[in-house]
Design a protein around this ligand. Sequence first.
Ligand SMILES: Cc1ncc(COP(=O)(O)O)c(C=O)c1O
Length: 375
Amino acid sequence: MKKRIYLDHAATTPVDPEVVARMTQIWTEDYGNPSSIYAEGRKARMIIEDARKTVAHGINASLGEIFFTSCATEANNMAIKNAVRDLGVEVIISAPTEHHSVWHSLLSVESQGVKVLYLDVDEKGRIDLGQLKALLEATPQKKLISLMYVNNELGTIHPVQAISDLAQAHDAYFHMDAVQALGSYEIDVQAMPVSFLTCSAHKFNGPKGVGFIYINGNNIIKPLLDGGAQERNMRAGTENTAQIAGLALAFRKALDSREKRMEHIRAIRKHLMEKLVSEIPDIQFHGDYDGTYHPKILSISLPLTPKTEILLFNLDINGVCASGGSACSSGVESASHVLKAIGLPENRRALRLSLSHLTTREELNRFVQILKENV
Ligand SMILES: Cc1ncc(COP(=O)(O)O)c(C=O)c1O
C-alpha cells in the first residue's frame, strides 16, 4: 500500500523522532514533579528552566517573560481575557480572520461589555493599516490590538512590524498569535515589541498539548487558572515537563534549520502551484498567495459540483490528508468564518493544502493526479 500523503501541516505536524526520544526519556526516567524538593523534582525543574532559556533566547525575551501553557488556545484566552481583567482594556481591535481561540475569546469579553472592533479584510485576507491607525486615533480608552502573524487558513501574513509600531505610537497593547509563524520567521520581541505573543509546539514538530505565552515584563497580569504557584504564580497546574522539553527541542531544531526548511517549502510550493495550474481546470488560489504569505499554506478552490462537495472524503479514501478550512472545523461541513470574511463565493469549494520540510515533490505529483481524478 502506498504511503498516505499528508498535506495538513498547518493543522498539526508529525513529532520529530529526536523530540519523541527526549520526551520518552523524561517520561520514563526524569518523571519527578518539578515542585518536589528532592533530587528528582530538582532535575525536572532544571529541565523546565532549560526549556525556558531556549524559548526566551529564541525570541530575544527575558526568562521571566515566558510562561508554558497547555496550548495556544489557553495562551490566547489568557492574553485577551487578562488584558481586559487586569490591564483595564476597554476596546479591542482585531480582524474577522483570526483563529477561533481568539475570536471566541473576543465574543466572551464582548458579552461582558468590552467593545470589539473588527478591521475590514480584503479578498486576500489583508488588513488596511490606515484603518487601524484611524481606529487607534479615535479610541481614547485603553486598547488592545489582537492580530495574528500568519493566517492559518490562507497563509496571509499581517504587517506585524508596522502593527507593533502603531501599537507603540498609540499606547495600545498588542497581542500577536504567532502559532503559524514561530520557527519559520525570526521573531525578536526587542526589535518588534509586543505585549503578548502566543505559540503552540505541535505546529513545528513538537508535541500536542503544550504551548507558551510571552508576556512583556511591563504588563502585570494575574493568572487565568486558580491553583498552585507553578510558572511563578502565573499558570497553576503541575508542569508537563516532557512536553515542555519537547517544545524547546523542536523549537531549537526549527530555528537551526529555518532557512533550509523554508527554502525547501518555497520550492515545492512553486512546483505544486505550477502543477495545479497545468492539470486542474478552473482552479483559483486564495489568500495573499502572490504577495506576503507563508509558503507552507496554499488555499485553493474549485467549482462546487457534486464531486467537489465530497472532495475531502474522496481525497481521504485515496490517501490524501487535507483540510477544508481550519483544522478545528474540518470534518464539520460549515463554511469557515475566514473564507466567509474574504468573500469566497458559495459556488466554490475550498481546500487548504499545507506543506512542510518533510513534503516531497513525488507526494505532490501524486496528490495532483489524485485531485484530477476526483474533481
Ligand atoms: C493561528 C492559530 N492560533 C491558535 C491555534 C490553537 O493552537 P492549539 O492547538 O495549541 O490550541 C491554532 C491551531 O490551529 C492556530 O492555527
